[in-house]
Ligand binder design. Structure first.
Ligand SMILES: [Zn+2]
Length: 431
């Protein structure tokens, strides 16, 4: 397939009248449109205004999609224990499947081609199957909770780890290696030391399995961890083995200097979720300091009930604006940096190689966008447009691994109306 438009190769390279040629699951070549049209006259063709790498949402909760809007104006721990965990605990297999499918549809409809997905305690297999059906690329895992958790979510430690291992055997590398496994403790508050150490041991036994958890999102959370362990949260996670180049920590809003040293020294990835951090009044993550220290910072929407959208363009905009206003520095976190966080940094966090740029030999995860709107007139600078003015609705085309998932704005291969109708019906019990 041949895709034409203004081609955003990466944050530093744009081809004004360009084209991308896809062969199988990878990008064959990228270059000038007229030259490539001459070289590949018989290729199936799609024409767009902008062609860009698919975006990477490095922290989401697809299975919370039925709870969009149920817990606004609430801080994290009340939001979680009073609203979200009761919802997750009451969801059966069919509800999980529908919620996850809805989440993945929203992602591919708005330009996210890869996600790091934090599921729930039960019925995680349903989300894996949903990812396979929709075709999204994902690092994902069943949630572990073995202490301080409401019924019926609290699990026996060994059983929780055994179920995780079963899911690794079944789904790690599944669907043409689009789906990989992350061992996923909820956060230190709801996981025993045995559980956290077990998560590390389990991840170490399987090549490519990563670890993903929440960390230092909220002041109440870090106080609880410090009371129970005598340590700052990141030091505690480091003590039990949950730092390193295969670990992705969501949030890291409240960290001190010594914790940031640990993150940098261990190569731990951080996912910044600006909308969620603002909506739950969690705070402002020290993203600029992390980047200065060489810490890989990716970008995530978090879940539909704390954002309340999975639009990746909104998240890039929020990431930039939040640093500018909190630092009172207009040059802070420019568009190029936000774009890197949502592309290559996310790919690095998720552990997918050759992903996040439109380069020959790299994975064919590509999006096509239209600019025939008043909001997109004019486009002086395409990167600025993508970060500050684009909405997910501007995405007309989404390709993962060379497979077209969204074509002319329509999802391919999934009955979207049926999923939405089912989701609406299931969601009524949570309002
Ligand atoms: Zn989260």
């Amino acid at each position: 397939m041949l895709l034409t438009g203004t081609v955003v190769v990466d944050s530093a390279t744009v081809i004004d009248e360009g084209a991308v040629v896809v062969d199988g699951t990878t990008i064959e070549t990228v270059g000038e449109r007229d030259e490539l049209l001459d070289r590949y006259p018989d290729h199936e063709r799609r024409d767009f205004d902008i062609v860009a790498p698919g975006l990477v949402g490095s922290h989401i909760h697809s299975v919370q999609s039925l709870g969009r809007g149920i817990a606004d104006d609430t801080e994290l721990l009340d939001w979680l224990f009073d609203h979200i965990l009761p919802m997750e605990g009451s969801m059966g297999a069919d509800e999980m499947r529908t919620a996850a499918t809805l989440g993945y549809l929203e992602l591919i409809e708005s330009g996210t081609t890869t996600c790091i997905d934090h599921l729930s305690v039960s019925h995680a297999d349903q989300a894996f199957e949903a990812a396979g059906e929709v075709g999204i690329r994902a690092l994902m895992g069943k949630v572990l909770m073995d202490q301080a958790s409401p019924e019926p979510l609290e699990e026996d430690t060994e059983e929780a780890l055994a179920e995780s291992e079963e899911l690794i055997r079944q789904y790690h590398g599944a669907f043409g290696d689009r789906v990989r496994y992350a061992v996923t403790p909820r956060f230190a508050v709801t996981c025993s030391e045995e559980c956290l150490r077990g998560a590390r041991e389990l991840a170490d036994r399987y090549d490519g399995v990563r670890i993903h958890t929440h960390a230092s999102e909220n002041l109440g959370e870090i106080e609880t961890v410090e009371t129970e362990t005598g340590m700052r949260n990141v030091h505690w996670l480091d003590e039990v083995g949950l730092t390193g180049e295969d670990v992705v920590l969501a949030h890291c809003v409240h960290t001190d200097e010594t914790e940031r040293d640990v993150l940098a020294e261990t190569g731990t990835h951080v996912t910044h979720c600006p909308s969620s951090n603002m909506k739950l009044a969690s705070g402002v993550a020290p993203v600029l300091d992390y980047l200065d220290r060489g810490i890989n910072v990716a970008l995530g929407n978090d879940g539909p009930p704390c954002n309340n959208t999975l639009d990746p363009f909104t998240e890039m905009r929020q990431a930039s604006l939040l640093q500018k206003v909190s630092q009172l520095e207009s040059t802070a976190l420019p568009a190029a940096t936000a774009f890197e966080m949502a592309t290559v940094n996310g790919a690095e966090a998720a552990g997918f190689e050759q992903l996040g740029k439109l380069k020959p030999g790299w994975k064919a995860d590509v999006i096509g966008l239209r600019t025939d709107t008043s909001r997109a007139t004019p486009v002086h600078d395409v990167l600025s447009h993508l970060v500050f003015a684009t909405h997910g609705d501007d995405v007309a085309f989404t390709m993962v691994d060379g497979e077209v998932l969204l074509d002319d704005g329509e999802v391919v291969g999934v009955d979207v109306e049926a999923v939405r109708e089912q989701a609406q019906t299931y969601a009524e019990q949570y309002s």
